[in-house]
Ligand binder design. Sequence first.
Ligand code: IDP
Ligand code: MG
Length: 170
Amino acid sequence: MSLQQTLVLIKPDALQRGVAGHIINRLAHAHLRMVGAKVVKVSEKLAREHYKSLSDKPFFEELIKYIRGRLHGEEHSGVLAIVYQGEDVIAKVREIAGATNPEQAHPKSLRGAYGRVTTKGQIENVIHASSDPQEAEREIKLWFSPYELTHVIFPVKSVSRNGKKDWRLK
Ligand code: IDP
Ligand code: MG
């Protein structure tokens, strides 16, 4: 067992369908601690950086549109970003999320229950969850500043005269 953090993104399709509350409820039952949360309008740059390991995939451009909310109407052009902390939280949240493709996900998992594959073949799977500790650290540092979390989870450095802190680079 080890104390970990993970990044969850409740994706635009989940916000459009009004199931963000259900997703948060399910995660709450797993006794995880929420240490940061915010709604983010996802820039092109943030989307590409977040999914950079998939940039050579044929679905990459559609994925960028999807995470930016461009497939779910202007009023749903955001994601809800949450950092959870807990024992083995990375695997726990992945288990609750289910398989990447909602058609292959367990029906009681979040993706099995709320996701779909559109007739065009676009995977809409309602949630992102970091897959390992390295990915979690990279993603949390990408989406959150230290002062947006309830406590210090990675080393920080002072960056400016106003005393604001930023993540210390490895
Ligand atoms: P994960 O989200 O389960 O970790 P990844 O392989 O890291 O899955 O892919 C990231 C995201 O890219 C998926 O959640 C999904 O939105 C999208 N994606 C992955 N594979 C496909 C595909 O074959 N077609 C369309 N979209 C995909
Ligand atoms: Mg992944």
